[in-house]
Design a protein around this ligand. Sequence first.
Ligand SMILES: [Zn+2]
Length: 403
Amino acid sequence: MTTFSLLDRRGGKHSLIAQPGDTVASVLLRNHIPPTSVLTYSGQERIVVDDHVIDPEQTYEARLIEGYDLAGIRRLFESRDSSAAYIRRRLSVASDGALAMERAPLDLPSAAAHVDTMVRETINEFKLMSDGDRVVLGLSGGVDSGSLLMLLAAHREAEELADVQIEAATFQDFDSKWSETFDFAAALAAKHGVRHHVLEAGLAEEVFHLNRPIAQILMLLMETEDAHFAMYADHHSTRRVLEVFADRVGARKIALGLHTTDLLAGMMNAHTTGFTMGQVPSRTVGPYEYILPLAFTPKRELHLYYTHHTGHAPKQTTPNQWEFNPTDRNFYYYLADQLQWSWPGIETWMFTAHAQHAAAHPAVFKECENCGASVSLQTMADAPWAGVCDVCALLDKHGWIRH
Ligand SMILES: [Zn+2]
């Protein structure tokens, strides 16, 4: 029988759970110990690597090399509560620095009610919507934008914002490929009293002066050395077309279904590359205000909300080719999920800190001469402003822009 123990810096020994076939790292991780915080010894004084498969005949001791209270932190994660479908956790940090893990067991209806309250508080606290607003919502029919539609409609009703106009817009490109999702988007909008518009497939071609359909361009881009820009080009063109649609209906606000995980992943990217990121949960981009009412709603809670209100789990569509490329984007999402697990509620702290930083460094915008998008100049960009945004420069490089 393997014995695997943790030796803390005070000489205290804690026995760890180890299973046959485990590596040293998997034992440590299972016991909430970062492998980087210890050196592990086998037998007398032999140091073993994280990937070593434990030998049932041996004894192991992981010796803490860090000076923090690992045992106290591990206790925060100890729970055997399985009383509800979801346990909402928050790691609270008191003003005196004291940590506590709060746990609220929630069944499906109470998880959905919680999301509703959280979104309402986000909208009210950050003044994202007020009477008389006209808000454009990009509606794909997926879990994020579908939930956002239901939440905005519920908010409008609860706060008696009868004069708030929500204009849901679905791209026609989805029609052929995702007809089921498309029909669902239309039905959802009708059910919640939201006007639904279909943005014709040629609109992106028009706005970006393209010589072929955008869907075709994205696929072609995937065959080039610029494949890792395809998703960025997709997101940029989607947003710009929504802006042009907003102009048409006289709206200045655009609601996006970005949730906590999306925004934390973006923030990890920004903080590790030096790129600037817009404010959360609302940002001004040229003449438009983007609002992000789901900023404090993690992806998992959004799934519970959606499941409760539609009576079915969201249909998981196969990601587009370009959603797995670049791979570092996937890694930022993975990190964002890890962060939320280790520090549930970290978004509140990170977004607040980010807002203070962003307020001290206001963005400077230039207007792209091709697509008309307002582009925030990146302080780290080494090239001078070339008159067009980086997506239009990319499209032009491959000969897809009409001159
Ligand atoms: Zn452009």
